[in-house]
Every structure is written in structure tokens, then in C-alpha cells.
Design a protein around this ligand. Structure first.
Ligand SMILES: *Cc1c(COP(=O)(O)O)cnc(C)c1O
Length: 438
């Protein structure tokens, strides 16, 4: 699908800076001709993409609409106000801060708004699906706060095997009395029961923060339950299932909380907002408010189910027995006892199937190896792949893994991957120049 704006932008950069233009062309080629199964990635529309490459990047707009520290912000005020109004519309809440540069920044600011250094919060055991900003020892959340963790059900005979153990979460929280209970994850394939988490938070006098970074697009489209009215604060990225530019977002219904959140974002953890990215967020929120986006989100979930089914039928185990959302964790061991996520990721990469290795719940292998893969369907669904294609993708994955990384098998699969990609081109992603060797 030809996008003349991308083409002319690429040509312009090539004239001035061929070195960077070449690398960008190679990346465009990679995106255009590989199957993107990384659950946290997506392909934005040309409008979302081009909103970022604009003169808005030239402006300092520290502060908030109507209360800036710089002159000349009248249009920036209106752009940011629109982004806020659309975010509130989309998530059906009263207040939004659209300035966080990323999801991790959104969490940093949310923590700063509601906790003092040294205070305790509760989150899922990180290696079982949590995010590093939920208490990893090297992250601000682990350095400046005291994380306590709740588990999944690890007992195979439990009907909710590998799903959140809400009773254990309640026990951890009543014991440690955290200031904040965090829910929302990076590698959790099941529906989150926000009402149940609110009960846990209420029982220990904590605030509930729902980090919906992964599922924001599904929540916006109504295919995953909303964290509102249960969560006090909702944080998210804008670039995963929500299909906007790389960035963060914080939402709440409470006026006293938004005041604290706004102070925590600026001047707490950030300086000037990225106004070109905020304009792009507004464009993405506008897209997500359209009926087509609901249909997109439904297809993302249907595709994830179809992919899981295709893998199960080929002898793989999907943790927790399946998926309710856009992602799944594949346990490779039932297929081949000594296959690691590390090898699987590398072999699939050679075949043009881009995935990431991921620990599975209670994984005996270290994070550099792992026993699993995390697969997600947001990007493939954006480029128009259907449920029937998902079974074919499961077949291609199996062919590579069963082939043990054999070069000829990878090359043969790569041909078919390229063919599938050619049938489903990505608008706005093109090299605009020959892609030779680097
Ligand atoms: C991706 C993710 C984030 C962080 O997003 P960045 O934009 O990479 O900082 C935060 N929380 C969760 C649960 C995530 O999955």
C-alpha cells in the first residue's frame, strides 16, 4: 500500500543523511516482510505515524493547558485538551494526563502521586507475568519502594491453574498492609477481575492501580472489562493494543488524585511534554473511538484463540489452558523436552517470525533461556490476518521448531512468510529506496 508521505519523507532524509536513511529502509523492509508476534507491538496508521513527524516537536509546553510556563502554547493547549477529552471518552472516566513519555514513566508518576519513598505496594511475582516497573530490584519501583508479591495458582489440580490466586493476594495484602495494590501485567493471558482486586485493596486500606498497558485497546473496545469504577488510578501505554504512538497515559475519576498525578508527572518526573506525540495520541484515540476499532479488537481476541488452538493441536501447551485476550504463553516442553525459549526465538527469527522468549509460570529455567514463548496477535490483526491465517501461522511456527532450527527449513518457511506479508501490506512502512547489503 503506497503512502506518498512516507516516500517523500524517506527521500528527503536520504538526500541529507543516507546513513540513517539506509538503516531506516532496512527496518521498513524488516517490518513489511516479517510476521510480528511480539504481544506488546503493533503497526500504527499513517495518520498516527505522521502526526509525530511534525513541527509540534519544536515547542516547549511545560505545564498544562491554560497554565504553561512558556508563551506561544495556544494551539498546544487545544491539542492537549482534545487528547485529554478523547482519552476520557474512550475509557469513560473523568480525568486524564496524556503527558507520560512511556508506560514506565506513567507508573513512576502514579507511584509518586500516591506513595512516599519507602512505602510498600503489592504486585504479581514479576517472573510470572509482571512488569519491571512493578518492583524489579533495579527499577525505581524496587529501589524507592518496598514491593511485596502475590502468586498465581501453581497447583495443577486447581481449576484456575496458572491464573491469579486472589485468595493468596488477599492474604499477602492483609499481612503487609501495602499503600498500593497493583494489578495489570505484561504476560498474563486471562481476564483480570478488577472488582475482586478492589475488594482486596479495600480490605487493607490500599489504593488500587490498574496498569492496563497491554490490554488498553481491548478495554477501550469493550472486549475486556474496564478497570473503572474499581481502580482508583489506571495507567497504560498507548502503543500496544491501543495502536497509538509510543507513550503513556494516566486516568482517574477522582479530582484530588488527578491534581496529585499532574504534579507528579510535571514537575515530578518529567520536564516538557512531547507535543508531537500528544497530537499523535489524540489521533490514535480518535481512531479507537470509531466502530472499526471495536471490530479490530474483537478480531485480535478471535485470532489469539485461533492461534492458541492451532498450537495446542500441534502438541504445544498453552499456559492456563488458553487465552481470553490478545496474548498467550506457549510452554515448549511437551513438544520437545530440551527446547528453550531462547533457541525457539532465534530459529523463528531466521524464518521471519518475530517473537520473544518468555518465562512460563514457575519456570525452572533462567530468564535468559526460559521454557516458553509469548505470542500476541495485535500486529498481525492490524495487517488483516484472519483466524484461518492463524492456523497457517501455527503450522509455520511448528515447522521451524520441529525442524530444530535447520537452515533449509527456516529459509523455506521464510519464503512463505514473505508471501503472506505481501498479501497483507502495511501502509506507511516502505523503504523508498533499494535495500542492499549494509
Ligand atoms: C509495556 C508495559 C509497561 C511499560 O511501558 P514502556 O512504555 O515500555 O515504559 C508498563 N506496564 C506494563 C504492564 C507493560 O506491559
Amino acid at each position: 500500500m503506497h503512502d506518498p508521505i512516507s516516500q517523500s519523507v524517506n527521500d528527503l532524509i536520504r538526500r541529507q543523511d543516507p546513513e540513517i536513511a539506509d538503516l531506516m529502509a532496512h527496518e521498513a523492509d524488516r517490518q513489511q516482510f516479517t510476521l510480528e508476534l511480539i504481544a506488546s507491538e503493533n503497526h500504527v496508521s499513517p495518520a498516527v505515524m505522521h502526526a509525530m513527524g511534525t513541527c509540534l516537536t519544536n515547542k516547549y509546553a511545560e505545564g498544562y493547558p491554560g497554565a504553561r510556563y512558556y508563551g506561544g502554547c495556544e494551539f498546544h493547549d487545544r491539542i492537549e485538551s482534545l487528547a485529554i477529552a478523547r482519552a476520557c471518552d474512550l475509557f469513560k472516566c473523568r480525568f486524564a494526563n496524556v503527558q507520560p513519555h512511556s508506560g514506565a514513566q506513567a507508573n513512576t508518576a502514579a507511584f509518586m502521586a500516591v506513595m512516599k519513598p519507602g512505602e510498600t505496594f503489592a504486585s504479581l511475582i514479576l517472573k510470572d507475568g509482571g512488569h519491571l516497573s512493578h518492583g524489579m530490584s533495579l527499577n525505581f519501583s524496587g529501589v524507592y519502594h518496598k514491593p511485596v508479591h502475590y502468586p498465581l495458582h501453581y497447583d495443577q489440580s486447581h481449576p484456575e491453574f496458572e491464573q491469579i490466586d486472589y485468595d493468596a493476594a488477599m492474604a499477602v495484602c492483609t499481612e503487609h498492609k501495602p499503600k498500593v495494590v497493583m494489578c495489570g501485567y505484561s504476560a498474563y493471558p486471562r481476564t483480570i477481575d478488577f472488582a475482586r482486586f478492589r475488594k482486596i485493596a479495600d480490605a487493607c486500606g490500599a489504593l488500587l492501580i490498574a496498569d492496563i498497558a497491554h490490554i488498553a485497546g481491548l478495554v477501550a473496545a469493550g472486549v475486556h472489562p474496564s478497570p473503572f469504577p474499581h481502580a482508583h488510578v489506571v495507567t497504560t501505554t498507548t502503543h500496544k493494543t491501543l495502536r497509538g504512538p509510543r507513550g503513556g497515559l494516566i486516568l482517574t475519576n477522582e479530582e484530588d488524585l488527578i491534581k496529585k498525578i499532574n504534579r507528579a508527572v510535571f514537575p515530578g518526573v518529567q520536564g516538557g511534554p512531547l507535543m508531537h506525540v500528544i497530537a499523535s495520541k489524540a489521533v490514535a484515540f480518535g481512531e479507537a473511538l470509531r466502530p472499526e476499532f471495536k471490530d479490530y479488537a474483537r478480531r485480535v481476541v478471535a485470532n489469539a484463540r485461533a492461534l492458541a488452538k492451532g498450537l495446542i493441536s500441534r502438541g504445544y501447551r498453552i499456559t492456563s489452558g488458553g487465552t481470553d485476550n490478545h496474548l498467550m504463553l506457549v510452554d515448549l516442553r511437551p513438544k520437545s523436552a530440551d527446547l528453550t525459549g531462547h533457541d525457539a526465538e532465534n530459529w523463528l527469527g531466521k524464518a521471519g517470525i518475530v517473537v520473544n522468549k518468555n518465562g512460563i509460570p514457575n519456570d525452572p529455567r533462567p530468564p535468559k533461556l526460559t521454557s516458553g514463548l509469548r505470542l500476541g496477535t495485535p500486529a498481525l490483526t492490524t495487517r488483516g490476518l484472519s483466524e484461518r491465517d492463524m492456523d497457517a501461522v501455527a503450522g509455520l511456527i511448528d515447522e521451524v521448531l520441529a525442524g530444530g532450527g535447520d537452515e533449509a527449513v527456516c529459509a523455506s518457511v521464510r519464503e512463505r512468510v514473505r508471501h503472506l506479508c505481501e498479501k497483507h501490506p502495511l501502509p506507511g512502512v516502505e523503504a523508498a529506496a533499494p535495500v542492499g547489503n549494509l
